[in-house]
Design a protein around this ligand. Sequence first.
Ligand SMILES: Cc1cc2nc3c(=O)[nH]c(=O)nc-3n(C[C@H](O)[C@H](O)[C@H](O)COP(=O)(O)OP(=O)(O)OC[C@H]3O[C@@H](n4cnc5c(N)ncnc54)[C@H](O)[C@@H]3O)c2cc1C
Length: 419
Amino acid sequence: MNIAVIGSGIAGLAATWYLSKDHRVTLYERAPKIGMDTHSVEVDCGQGGVHLNAPMRVFFEGYYPTLTQLYREIDVAFEAIEYSGSFCRHGENAYFHYKNYSFRSTVLPFLTGRSAFHPRALKLGIELVRFLRRAKNYRQFSADETDALTIQQYLEQYGFSKDFAESFLYPAFAGICTCSYDNIKTYPASIILAYLDSGLTWSRVNRLSAGTHEVTGRLAAAAWKVRCSTHLKAVSRSADSVSLTDEQGHTEEYDHVVIATQANQALKLLADARTEERSALARFQYETSRTVVHTDRSLAPSNEKDWAPVNFLMSDTHDRPMASIWMNQIYSRLGTDTNYFETWNPFHEVASDKILIDASVQRPVVTQDSLRGIKQIDKLHDQPDRRVWFCGSYASRGIPLLESAVVSAKVLSEKLSNN
Ligand SMILES: Cc1cc2nc3c(=O)[nH]c(=O)nc-3n(C[C@H](O)[C@H](O)[C@H](O)COP(=O)(O)OP(=O)(O)OC[C@H]3O[C@@H](n4cnc5c(N)ncnc54)[C@H](O)[C@@H]3O)c2cc1C
């Protein structure tokens, strides 16, 4: 069959790869290069180039089995990194700082620096252990039972302190989910518990060895054609085909179309959206934020001794944390002469001569309503006459990450091929 995939983020790339095994796939992307690698830069540090991406996307096997399997199938190398963290108020010393020590494939986090002996840090650490143990107990309940509880309600119900919630859990997950404190508080508890229960605390976190461009190159190579710089404006159906119209008004016909954009963009594209499609796609809300790769140390903790690979900084005047990743710790080839950071939600402007990448990114927010939307999309995909399909990090259960995007692509590819 002739299939079009719209969007070349990881979801569209994975759908292209899975579907190309049996079909002829054309991959469309509005950006000039493959979407997953749009915001990237090559830094030359005298020891060969280092390919940096914004956002830098890390993964660990416990939570990312499908992504890891895909990376193995396409034979891209990945490697473990030291991904420990620090938490501080902006301009102050860190109050919680841990370092991961590796023993073979297992990692053990220990408080480090001033945190190691500070009663407040010890208390936060003890609460974290209690939180992780309780997360395991949650496995015995069904998702329907646990989705109803928000993480804020969960923390209150089980007597976790305000300090644990506001100084550790909310900042950490507002960072991981790239959203505001308000939105993280209403995240279904089940989603956060499942993430922590998948072994993050004890696992080695990985990054791609060569960089994202190796993944994009191998996945996109499966396509029959790749059409970058093609902004599609409308998807409409006839009895036995689907047509795509680009911004120049050109139209092309396909047997099936996979929309691998964000849900809000998919809704705009579907010229003839049916009521149940509108209802499903409208359930996904988004937050826009900014990710900057730069060399401005003022966006890192003020005390250099507190610098960790991942640093969460909080301020009373901001509704979300700033997260600064110290890239030299992740890519040793960056050396030590210049410090490189990737900062999500910079609290203040970065001097333009210190910016390497400046990206505006959208992230879905998981709510009880969005979980209902996923079930609705699954039902749509079971319709026998279906020709328009949806995938993306929003379209599968879990935190919207690479894993949920690849899972949604894999599931729909199997359904489409059996349709
Ligand atoms: C700050 C930050 C940090 C993150 N860190 C991690 C991490 O460490 N690990 C992890 O697993 N995930 C991480 N993520 C999440 C991860 O980046 C996303 O889950 C993933 O990239 C989403 O992929 P996707 O294919 O669903 O969507 P997208 O990447 O958004 O792809 C959609 C594509 O569709 C294209 N498109 C849209 N409309 C059209 C149109 N009309 N015509 C043609 N093309 C169109 C877009 O240009 C885009 O390329 C992070 C996200 C952020 C914001």
